[in-house]
Design a protein around this ligand. Structure first.
Ligand SMILES: Nc1ncnc2c1ncn2[C@@H]1O[C@H](COP(=O)(O)OP(=O)(O)OP(=O)(O)O)[C@@H](O)[C@H]1O
Length: 255
């Protein structure tokens, strides 16, 4: 077994006065691709935001690359794609500028050298957005925004990629591009934690699935298979060959 890159033990978090994480244990080891699944509101985003320090935890321990999270400073090793937001944020910026911001942590004093510019170009190539490099991010579609945010996370060639629903609002052709991108990251040894709503084209890449329900881990093991791309564990599913009137198969993981 390789060493843990992310480790959560007994993590609790409240938002407002609502308990959102109620004792989460989660380990992601070097080179693993782990999908975090669960119904809306089960705490997936909060869990990954606690890992990157955007949500304070009230109990438990989080470690990144073996260091307690509050002492971890090496953020160039981590690429984060937030849940669907726009890359624009009201500030006029080009696609290249947004992606370059993801490279800053790897530069010395923010000075871009040739290797940095090449890394930015390469990240744009990976997500199929090189031809839009000079465009304003205001001029992009939602799915294109998402691809720019992914390129931003890739620009520093991080060892750990954390992506919150990277496929949300992305058409099927772009999903295939993103699956290919992720495959190349995994091939170069990246560790990946993905919040997903459905496995979709990423299914072949996923080593393990962790399913949350109501702020607790309900399942940690092999990714759900067999019931088709549209289905998650717990998705009520009637097999197309089942006799008429058959009850949906309930695996109970999501409900
Ligand atoms: N800023 C906040 N203040 C109070 N409650 C919040 C806040 N953000 C999220 N919550 C609540 O925390 C719970 C978990 O939210 P979270 O975004 O982690 O869920 P999720 O599993 O990522 O859901 P989704 O699939 O809809 O993205 C929800 O009940 C949500 O309403």
């Amino acid at each position: 077994m390789t060493e843990p890159v992310i480790s959560l033990r007994g993590v609790r978090a409240e938002l407002g006065s609502r308990p959102v994480l109620r004792g989460i244990d989660l380990t992601v080891r070097r080179g693993e691709v782990v999908a975090l699944l669960g119904a809306n509101g089960s705490g997936k985003s909060t869990a990954v935001r606690s890992v990157i320090g955007q949500v304070p935890v009230s109990a438990g321990e989080i470690e990144l690359f073996g260091a307690p999270r509050h002492r971890f400073r090496d953020w160039a090793r981590v690429g984060y794609v937030p849940q669907r937001t726009t890359a624009a944020g009201g500030v006029p910026a080009t696609v290249t500028e947004v992606v370059s911001s993801g490279r800053l942590a790897r530069t010395r004093f923010g000075l871009f050298r040739k290797a940095d510019r090449e890394a930015v170009r390469h990240a744009l190539d990976l997500v199929g957005m090189a031809d839009r490099a000079k465009d304003s991010v205001d001029a992009l579609s939602g799915g294109q925004h998402q691809r720019v945010l992914i390129a931003r996370a890739l620009a520093a060639a991080p060892e750990l990629l954390i992506m919150d629903e990277p496929m949300a609002g992305v058409d099927l052709a772009s999903q295939e591009i993103l699956a290919e991108t992720l495959r190349s990251q995994v091939a170069r040894g990246a560790t990946v934690l993905l919040v997903l709503h459905e496995l979709g084209p990423l299914e072949p890449l996923i080593d393990r699935a962790v399913v949350l329900r109501d702020g607790c881990v309900l399942h940690d093991g092999p990714p759900p298979k067999a019931v088709g791309q549209h289905a998650l564990p717990g998705h009520d599913h009637v097999h197309p060959h089942a006799p008429a009137g058959a009850e949906p198969i309930r695996t109970g993981l999501l409900s």
